[in-house]
Design a binder for this molecule. Structure first.
Ligand code: URA
Length: 233
């Protein structure tokens, strides 16, 4: 890989800026000051340092975002804010994209990555990844509602949902676990029961829980353990 690409990917400026850093003798490869930005290096073997700090190369980025309402789960939009607007420039270098969608008004756990294989696996209907949500509702839920969620609910387009687990937290607040991701699925499931979702938040995907220390709009990279948990799915 070219040295300037390596450094640009790791957030050390554009290729032009990397060239300037090279001129300023800020970059070493295997302890030798580099004179040209376009030399080839092996990210697995060569030790690249910037101002004396060794740079660990990573090809992929895995982000956990606590999505606030008001942002589209998209990488760009001509009019509206997207979740990428919440990500710092240096974390966008590897071009992460949202894994699936949360509605504009839905809050909570949204993963972003540039790892197409993982994104594909997590979204694949065959993998049955459980997604856990908290919903606040317009009307009380009943035991009958819980049973209907278990049996499957017929949506407005005739689709019958796979069994879902509904747990009452309060009369108008529930935890829901679904394994599918149909358009507006949870809102439509409650609409079919003549109820209405007033607030929706995703709190887990598989075994990976939303880090509650993240304020709305904040994010962090996944830990190695969380990453492993997602891979195992
Ligand atoms: N179900 C919905 O209705 N909306 C979401 O954002 C996620 C699941």
């Amino acid at each position: 890989m070219r040295l300037d690409k390596f450094l640009a990917n790791m957030g050390y400026g554009s290729r032009k800026e990397v060239k300037i850093s090279v001129k300023k003798k800020k970059i070493t490869v295997n302890n030798e000051v580099v004179r040209k930005a376009d030399i080839h290096i092996d990210p697995d073997k060569d030790e690249v340092a910037f101002n004396g700090t060794i740079i660990e190369y990573k090809a992929n980025i895995y982000i956990m975002l606590n999505k606030p309402g008001g942002y589209l789960s998209a990488t760009e939009d001509s009019k509206q804010k997207t979740v990428l607007d919440l990500i710092a420039e240096r974390d966008k270098v590897l071009e992460p994209f949202p894994v699936g969608r949360l509605d504009k008004d839905t809050e909570g756990l949204l993963l972003l990555t540039n790892d197409g294989q993982l994104a594909h696996d997590l979204l694949s209907p065959n993998k049955h990844i459980t997604k856990t949500y908290i919903a606040k509702l317009d009307r009380d839920i009943s035991d009958h509602d819980v049973q209907l969620f278990e049996k499957g609910i017929t949506l407005d387009d005739g689709y019958i949902t796979k069994p879902a687990v509904l747990r009452r937290i309060e009369d108008k607040e529930v935890e829901i676990k679904i394994t599918e991701g149909k358009f507006h699925q949870i809102k439509r499931m409650f609409e079919a029961l003549d109820n209405k979702v007033l607030y929706l938040k995703r709190v887990a995907m598989g075994n990976v829980q939303l880090d509650e220390s993240l304020k709305l709009g904040e994010y962090r990279e996944l830990t190695e353990e969380e990453w492993q948990q997602l891979q195992q799915k």
